[in-house]
Design a binder for this molecule. Structure first.
Ligand code: DSN
Length: 431
């Protein structure tokens, strides 16, 4: 118990004392995580480092307020300030993504996507999305998700040889099955998404098209990936990946779908919005509207291409042969090592990424053939394409060391990585 609970001293009842005094254990863990994030090369493509301003907004007293409803139509009094915060976030989302409507209340990506179902489908209706092992998302109708159990999923693949979506196959399937909702986007797609092509198919079968841009929202905002805004009925996104905001989500659409989406989020699925998160989303959107962020978005892609080239030079087999965005999916079959032991060894070597299925993976999802990596966080840290060959070299060295079960070699790489990362200040903390 002594390890997990603060000592019951008088000081814990003083509500103005800082964390390190009231709960040194939690403070210590937060510091340890900051050190870990500083010392690693963080390549999980859905992660980032938020700015100090985003962190500050997250830690405000806005967390104390309940505000079920929407600006001007709340179920609790005292919304004079919260309404302004939420309107600001909405206006910034509308302006940045050039959309008529934005809902900034979804708690995260999965609830946001569930709200899309609630807005447009009845249980048992057909939904079409990319299969999870091909790079889709659980909430696009995968069998273990509520969306695959309560709706009838139709799943499309990527080409076995190309690793890319084949829109002719998607169209054929859509015409045969006539889903009511089609998702494009996903979690392990290294190539551009043809929103216009998907919209043409959705229109032909009279389906709602939802573009899930959770991974690429920052690239879209920064002009480094085409925007779905002119094409999709609904845009769903998280706010904490390439967009570099707090953990949260947004739904955006044309005005005609505004009230269906709003009713689905509240009261359909959620209670009170997390107002401190809304404020931090507003800050992230403000940051994403700057020229610096546009440069950042393009640099993410340049870094990913440079890292992909470095890996290819070292004999790694990249799904689709490379990347157009922030993400690289590697099939390790030709390296004679599974994705999971490789990812675990890489973590010990100071390089953080995740094991992942690859299309048509003969292995199980908990022990798949691939690793997934990306460059949003290292780009925030200030790394450039010139740094990527070195990163690729460390990945190669760690994978070979893992095969030899050579722990000293992994430790040696971790030491080199610690030395390297110390030149890149940890974003989000005071200088
Ligand atoms: N967990 C997210 C990712 O890592 O891509 C998707 O929800």
């Amino acid at each position: 118990m002594a390890d997990t609970a603060p000592a019951a001293t008088e000081s814990t009842t003083d509500l103005n004392l800082p964390l390190e005094t009231v709960d040194p254990k939690v403070a210590e863990l937060a510091d340890a995580e900051a050190r870990r994030q500083a010392e690693k090369i963080r390549l999980i493509p859905s992660e980032n480092y938020v700015s100090r301003a985003v962190l500050d907004a997250t830690a405000t007293l806005l967390t104390n307020k309940y505000s079920e409803g929407y600006p001007g139509k709340r179920y609790y009094e005292g919304q004079q300030v919260i309404d302004q915060v939420e309107r600001l976030a909405i206006e910034r989302a509308q302006s940045l993504f050039e959309v008529e409507h934005a809902n900034v209340q979804p708690y995260s990506g999965s609830p946001a996507n569930l709200a899309v179902y609630l807005a447009f489908l009845e249980p048992g209706d057909k939904v079409m999305g990319m299969a999870l092992p091909m790079g889709g998302h659980l909430t696009h109708g995968w069998s273990v998700s509520a969306t695959g159990k309560w709706f009838r999923p139709i799943q499309y693949d990527v080409g076995r040889e190309t690793g890319r979506v084949d829109l002719d196959q998607v169209r054929e399937l859509a015409l045969a099955e006539r889903p009511k909702l089609i998702f494009c986007g996903g979690t392990a797609i290294p190539r551009l998404i043809d929103f216009e092509g998907f919209a043409a198919i959705a229109e032909e079968v009279e389906a709602i098209l939802c573009a899930d841009i959770a991974h690429i929202a920052g690239l879209v905002a920064g002009g480094a990936h085409p925007s779905p805004a002119p094409h999709a009925d609904v845009i769903s996104t998280t706010t904490h990946k390439t967009l570099r905001g707090p953990r949260g989500a947004m739904l955006m659409s044309r005005e005609e779908h505004a009230s269906a989406l709003d009713r689905a989020v509240f009261p359909g699925l959620q209670g009170g919005p997390h107002n401190h998160t809304t404020a931090a989303i507003a800050v992230a959107l403000h940051e994403a509207a700057t020229e610096e962020f546009r440069a950042y978005a393009h640099q993410i892609v340049s870094n990913a291409k440079a890292l992909a080239d470095g890996l290819i030079e070292r004999g790694f087999d990249l799904v689709s042969g490379g990347t157009d965005n922030h993400l690289i999916l590697v099939d390790l079959t030709n390296k004679d090592i599974g994705g999971k032991p490789a990812a675990q060894a890489l973590d010990r070597a100071g390089i953080e990424l995740n094991y992942n299925t690859v299309p048509y993976d003969p292995r199980k999802p908990f022990d798949p053939s691939g690793i997934r990596l990306g460059t949003p966080a290292v780009t925030t840290r200030g790394m450039t394409p010139d740094d990527m060959p070195r990163v690729a070299g460390w990945i190669d060295a760690a994978v070979e060391a893992a095969k030899r079960e050579d722990e000293p070699a992994l430790e040696a790489t971790a030491a080199e990585v610690r030395d390297f990362t110390s030149a890149f200040p940890l974003p989000g903390v005071a200088a």
